[in-house]
Write a protein that binds this ligand. Sequence first.
Ligand SMILES: [Zn+2]
Length: 399
Amino acid sequence: MNQNRGINQDVTQEMNRSLLLKSLRREGVCSRAHLASLTGLKQATVTNIMKDFLNWGIVKEVGFLNGSKGRRSIGVSINPDGYRVIGVRLARKHYSVGLFDLTGKQIVKERVDFEPEKQPGAEEILNQIVGRMRLLIQQYGKDSVLAAGLAVPGPFIAKKSRIALITGADIWKDIELKAFFEREMDIPVFLEHNANAGAYAHMWDLKEAYHDDILVYIAAGQGIGAGIVMNGRIYEGALGTSGEIGHMTIDRNGKPCACGNRGCLERYASSLELVKTVYGQRAGMEGCNFEDLEQQIRSGDTAYTEHYRRACESLGVGIINIVNVINPDRIIIGDDMARPNPELMEKTVRETVQKGILPDVFDELTLSISTYQGDPILTGAAIVAIDRVFDSPGQFIQN
Ligand SMILES: [Zn+2]
């Protein structure tokens, strides 16, 4: 019986630690008294846990704060020089590996482009990623890098940790990613769908989003996915494949898709598809990549801009369906497709959606293009790892 009580105490202790770290992360700098009032924990509990946190180096004291009645108290914050996590983003034709502090700030980042058709295979790319991760751990110290988060394109079957299909990149199909990273790495690696990772990053960044019940982040890049956040948590679905809006039908007699369906959103509004539409046979060859297209649109090429506008219109049709199904408070569109002309994208999507949904619903919807600095999917991958560390900090740091 005593032993049970011991376990329960440990569980409560770990829950309190988690609550405090998450509150502190949101607040930035905070006094112990304010943390106690925010979390409802006793001041003595906060003080005790903070003592451990300072010893571990996960928080630091940052000088005095002026409180009410002229009282001054010591401010504490997450220690950006303490522990680290690794974020990895795996996309169809590139991957990025970055190191982040526990506030979610990027320390270093490296991006590598590859041609899926030309590589020796997925294993080789994964080995490169592992090599870069190991190098970061070597450089920053084995004890300071706590975990890694990996954002992958989908449909990603979260429950089986495997990508079911990536249109245009068959090499990833059926690879047991989680098993691979567990075998190769000494730190825990957490996998998340890339759109979900992007949604996490926006949620961390956007104070207002904490008050939204439902936020949808749309990653419109080489593929299209959505991260759906309900009451602060990602809505996963039964297998973890929710938000696969790239394979939503917008024209049932439309272009065939690798998923077996026809008229999927991805075939009209992804950056891969736009490149194909614009460059035809030359797509992907030198001077015929999305970056080239982006440049042309930015410099005002009318024909290319019209193709882009139509893709945005298709995205708008997809968004009408999302709004009708889940009625979110806020939709944020990001990734490659949001870059060439965000103003035109916002205008086109807004007009399309307005025409397609009830005025009452439209009036209450906040629709915007992401202004996130940096790559939210890569940062989101790191945040997934940080979030796990903050869920049970003792487990990551004491062991
Ligand atoms: Zn499809």
